[in-house]
Design a protein around this ligand. Structure first.
Ligand code: DUT
Length: 243
């Protein structure tokens, strides 16, 4: 089992190569403790996906430092770093093959038992076993048609099969009802010894019970705190709440 990492952003700025104008991220500072769940909220284009894409070094910062368990990620072996971090993207990427094959992708050594464990946590085991062929069910052109929410749950399960220290969910619970979403979050709390989780969301209800919520606006953090604190102190957060 894995522990969950501490993540520190220190004065991080970032601009996409070749892009003119303002950086996409400006002077980002925050700490995420091992096992914490951090919500990230903000309008479209505010920089949420860009921020999390820096953690596995899909891009390098323009300025500032990101540390994982105290070590500058610029000094870490990228392959090792990426092995610790699982990102579930906005659009799930499933391929033609069985559900089991899709869930094993990224961790070839996973046993069927581990795969089922992950699927249970992601609230996917129920609908998978309702198919006559269960985990052998084919996906893709000649396979079953899955709903958006079912695809999202398979993507989350696939990430959990990897047993990451850091789990990043990039707005991938939008097609789930709130009960399913809540059940998944409850399971994550008991996952291994506690994964560090960054949860990007559109809805306040998706993040309101996080340990901390980061509010992004135009590339900047305009608020960090619990739901209660932000409701009292962060205009942008209240606007999202009311919209
Ligand atoms: N951007 C690029 N190149 C990319 C990705 C994004 O120039 O490859 C720009 C678009 C936007 C800014 O970066 O002006 C921030 O985008 P990001 O996707 O990080 O914002 P978001 O908060 O995640 O938006 P959304 O909620 O729509 O996913």
């Amino acid at each position: 089992g894995r522990q969950g990492c501490q993540i520190d952003f220190e004065n991080v700025s970032f601009a996409y190569e070749g892009a003119s104008g303002d950086p996409v991220l400006k002077n980002i500072n925050f700490t995420c403790l091992p096992g914490e769940t951090i919500g990230i909220i903000g309008s479209t284009g505010s920089g949420k996906s860009s921020l999390v894409s820096l953690i596995p070094r899909f891009y390098d910062t323009s300025a500032g430092t990101i540390r994982v368990d105290g070590v500058d990620i610029g000094k870490l072996d990228p392959a090792k770093l990426r092995d610790q971090i699982a990102i579930v993207p906005q659009k799930s990427i499933l391929f033609s093959g069985t559900i089991e094959e899709n869930l094993r992708w990224g961790n070839e050594h996973a046993t069927l038992d581990e795969i089922m464990q992950a699927a249970k946590m992601a609230e996917a085991h129920g609908f998978i076993t309702s198919f006559p062929e269960g985990y052998e069910t084919m996906l893709g052109q000649r396979g079953v048609n899955l709903s958006g929410g079912q695809k999202q749950r398979l993507s989350i399960a696939r990430a959990l099969v990897r047993k990451p220290d850091v789990l990043i969910l990039d707005d991938c619970t939008s097609a789930l009802d709130t009960t399913t979403e809540t059940n998944i979050k409850e399971s994550l709390k008991s996952f291994a010894s506690g994964v560090t989780c960054l949860l990007i969301a559109q809805r306040i209800t998706s993040v309101m019970d996080a340990d901390k919520i980061i509010v992004m606006d135009d590339g900047e953090i305009v608020g960090i705190g619990t739901h209660e604190t932000l409701m009292k102190s962060c205009r942008v957060y209240v606007e999202i709440f009311q919209s």
